[in-house]
Write a new protein. Structure first.
Length: 501
């Protein structure tokens, strides 16, 4: 083991030389050499240490290889590439050294495999119980509406509903049709045609002109902006309402939606509210439908987000006081952010807790109608940026999901084979609470108890890890196309290449 540690340490030092000026000058060639050397040494080290803990050394080694691939690909601006890859190398090297430390302790103090497995099982069981309790607490809190005061038409503030649309057809028509039927008295509806390539998109918007829908012709997205944020900024500049509601074309409104949402904001004295809509139950209801959208909500519901200083936010539908957005400088302050709503929510939280995350109920009637293909595309577009585009963060999150949701089944199998009944019991506890937790998320997503969902937690974890890895790979080595635009260019500081002839 000592020899393996020395060899891996030498390779880590060789990796660290990459960011010194002489080696950075030939970075693509040197990084390509490091990919080969690191792959060989990591594989041999794993083979030489016949212990489960050595899996961690191998695991983080693969991310070090990927970090070198980022340098070889050299898609980002040089300064940004230098900072991003150096930071990843530092953290991944620390993780790998820590893994070696765990392996050394195991050998030094003669810890048996049984001690390790029971220790892991105890930690996983306790974590899953806490996560389930957090899920129940948060689910109850966001569904508990305040005793909203009834406001007369005269006392209600003006509201602007702002919708960016690019190449939208049927969804846009259905969204606008539901909007023009709401009973809110002081309402303006603005729809921005974001340089659509489909002629039907602006035609649909103009169809509703007689119902008060205002058409805005979007301008070309400038450098340094994500197209969606630029569309939001243009809508913000054109809007006149005291409250601004941003939503996508997949949202459907009921007659009372806006009145109840504004009443919630006024009663709670919140300057911003993000809404978790009711989702229409697809027919037929496939396995992927029970995984993709609930996974998106799970990250907002399961974790104690307030304690992590990261409030739960969804971009589907949210409303903000105009003054709050103005104080931040509009969307110019987060022009490159994939989730500008998150930064605005954090600002609202710091201002006398002026933010709430709520779930729509039948009375409010906010519904989301999104196909599984669109849900998957949204997940690919958002998963890697949610982790701040850091491979080292991806490595930890994937490891956490494997530990919490996949390992209980492995521990159960080992316990049954070796008749370690304490291990079996702890594994069953983890599996039970995992099932209850994911079932609760699915129930909140569709407002319906779906029996099959209680058996999908391990499959959902594998699916999420796969999406996360795929999102990382696409952002770092390929293109992420959304609405016929490559979002990698502004988000990743990617240097745009000439179109292929």
């Amino acid at each position: 083991m000592l020899l393996a540690f020395k060899i891996v340490a030498c390779v880590s030092i060789a990796n660290g030389l990459l960011w010194l000026p002489p080696f950075w000058a030939i970075r693509r060639y040197y990084a390509a050499l490091l990919v080969i050397i690191t792959a060989i040494v990591t594989g041999l080290s794993f083979g030489a240490n016949n212990h489960a803990v050595s899996l961690l050394v191998f695991y983080f080694g693969t991310f070090l290889i990927f970090n070198n691939i980022r340098v070889v690909k050299h898609r980002m601006q040089a300064k940004h590439l230098y900072r991003a890859t150096l930071r990843s190398w530092v953290f991944l090297t620390i993780y790998q050294i820590t893994s070696f430390g765990m392996l050394w302790l195991t050998v030094r103090f003669h810890w048996s495999v049984k001690i390790w497995l029971i220790g892991v099982a105890l930690f996983v069981a306790a974590s899953n119980i806490l996560l389930y309790m957090s899920t129940l607490k948060h689910s109850t809190a966001i569904q508990k509406t305040s005793e909203a005061t009834h406001y007369s038409d005269h006392n209600l503030p003006t509201v602007s509903v702002l919708i960016p649309a690019r190449n939208e057809t049927d969804d846009l028509q259905a969204c606008l049709q539901s909007l023009v039927e709401v009973n809110y008295p002081k309402l303006e509806i603005l729809v921005l045609d974001d340089c659509s390539q489909l002629r039907r998109t602006p035609e649909i918007i103009r169809q509703f002109a007689h119902d008060g829908v205002r058409f805005i012709a979007g301008t070309v997205t400038p450098d340094g902006w994500l197209a969606k944020n630029h569309a939001y900024q243009q809508l913000f500049e054109e809007a006149s309402g005291d409250y601004l509601l941003f939503c996508g074309v997949d949202v459907r409104f009921s007659t009372n939606s806006l009145r109840e949402l504004v009443a919630e904001a006024l009663s709670r004295q919140k300057s911003m509210i993000s809404v978790m809509p009711m989702n229409t139950v697809p027919a037929p209801l496939g396995i992927e439908n029970l995984i993709v959208q609930p996974l998106r909500y799970a990250w907002e519901i399961v974790l104690p987000r307030r304690r992590l200083a990261s409030p739960s936010v969804l971009s589907t539908c949210w409303i903000t006081d105009r003054k709050l957005l103005a104080t931040t400088g509009g969307f110019k302050a987060f022009s490159r952010s994939i989730y500008p709503e998150v930064y605005l929510a954090r600002t609202a939280v710091t201002h006398d807790d002026g933010y709430s995350f709520i779930a729509s109920n039948v009375s409010m009637g906010l519904v989301c109608n999104k196909s599984v293909l669109e849900q998957r595309a949204t997940a690919i577009r958002t998963r890697y940026p949610q982790l701040h585009r850091r491979p080292e963060a991806v490595s930890l999150q994937a490891l956490a999901e494997i530990s919490l949701f996949i390992s209980p089944f492995l521990l159960l199998s080992v316990g049954l084979i070796l008749s370690w009944w304490l291990l079996v019991g702890l594994a069953l506890v983890s599996i039970a609470f995992n099932s209850l937790m994911f079932g609760a998320v699915v129930k909140l997503t569709y407002r319906k108890n779906i029996t099959r969902s209680y058996m999908l937690s391990p499959l959902a974890a594998l699916y999420d890890i796969g999406l996360l890895f795929y999102s990382m790979w696409k952002y770092e080595t390929d293109d992420v196309i959304w609405k016929d635009r490559n979002v990698c260019i502004p988000l990743m500081y990617v240097v745009p290449s000439l179109p292929k002839l």
